[in-house]
Design a protein around this ligand. Structure first.
Ligand SMILES: [Fe+2]
Length: 312
């Protein structure tokens, strides 16, 4: 896991050393695309103590924040009335809006090569303790997996997530394993990649895509998923179901201290959230064309493995 010295980066910007700042940005993109996690001991963007304390207090005072809170920046929409009073709901909404804007502002400089290309996805606040959650296997966060979105196909676009552990005292604990290319080499064929590759670009896929907008209007989603999206969704479940992968692969424990921030391509880096409570997260979808090293992205790794384009 690469630890980032933000001081150095900020100093280069401050001194007007634009070329060096740009070079550093590209280096950080490269780290991420290589499957590294960039971690900051202190949160590198504005996230006030008041805002954090309000989020923490909602759980501690036993109010309704008992599940994840989701915020959609493009619509400025907070899902669900998480707090007990309209005033508190409004404040929660303001905090999530501010948080999302600050993360985005920071990233647009820190990862400048991506900024013109990304689609801003959802932000969330996760107040639940990860350890011991009672969830169905495919929804469990403590089983090793890579991310794929059932309702928002990316067509090869990358899932970049920025996390902040706002817990005042306890770390968030993750585990990870060997990197994506080894996962593909070991499991992709058994997980059915050749079948997904055969379907890619087929007449059946084209018909589904043609009807996707009409069907979406009547509530049937997902017909416009590419073979890549379908495989990644399946791979997510396959890995969680694989006893071999879950129990026999060597795991590395990662500890994200209270107050720290980290960012990672979760569609590429295997991860399991073992314990931790109170975390915020903002997701960005980054298209393959914005990659500094596109050959390393999951889409290209899978295409190379099966010898077929997976996005039509
Ligand atoms: Fe995940």
């Amino acid at each position: 896991m690469a630890k980032v010295d933000v001081t150095e980066y900020r100093a280069k910007q401050q001194w007007g050393d634009a070329a060096r700042a740009d070079e550093l940005s590209r280096k950080y993109c490269q780290y991420l695309e290589d499957g590294e996690i960039l971690a900051f001991e202190a949160t590198p963007f504005e996230f006030s103590k008041d805002d954090r304390e309000f989020l923490l207090s909602q759980k501690q005072s036993g109010l309704k924040v008992h599940k994840n809170v989701s915020y959609r920046p493009s619509q400025d929409l907070l899902r669900g009335d998480a707090c007990e009073t309209p005033e508190d709901n409004q404040r929660l909404h303001d905090i999530m809006r501010r948080y999302s804007k600050e993360v985005t502002r920071f990233l647009s400089v820190f990862l400048a090569p991506y900024a013109k290309h990304w689609a801003l996805d959802f932000a969330s606040y996760r107040p639940l303790e990860e350890k011991g959650r009672d969830l169905p296997a495919h929804k469990r966060n403590d089983l090793m997996h890579v991310d794929a979105f059932p309702s928002r196909p990316t067509h090869g676009g990358r899932i970049l997530r920025v996390f902040t552990n706002i817990n005042p005292t306890r770390p968030r604990i993750w585990e990870t394993t060997d990197k994506f290319p080894l996962l593909v080499k070991t499991f992709a064929d058994d997980a059915g990649l050749p079948r997904f590759a055969r379907e890619s670009g087929s007449a059946g896929e084209k018909i589904k895509k043609a009807f996707a907008p009409v069907m979406r209007a009547v509530g049937v989603k997902g017909l416009d998923r590419s073979a890549y999206d379908r495989f990644m969704l399946h791979f997510h479940d396959y890995l969680k179901d694989s006893n071999d992968y879950q129990t026999k692969w060597a795991k590395t424990r990662l500890e994200f201290p209270a107050g720290s921030t980290w960012m990672v391509y979760t569609d590429q880096v295997p991860h399991a959230a073992i314990s931790g409570q109170f975390m915020t997260e903002q997701t960005f979808i980054i298209p393959v064309k914005a990659m500094v090293t596109p050959e390393r992205c999951p889409l290209r790794v899978l295409e190379k493995h099966c010898g077929k384009a997976l996005v039509g």
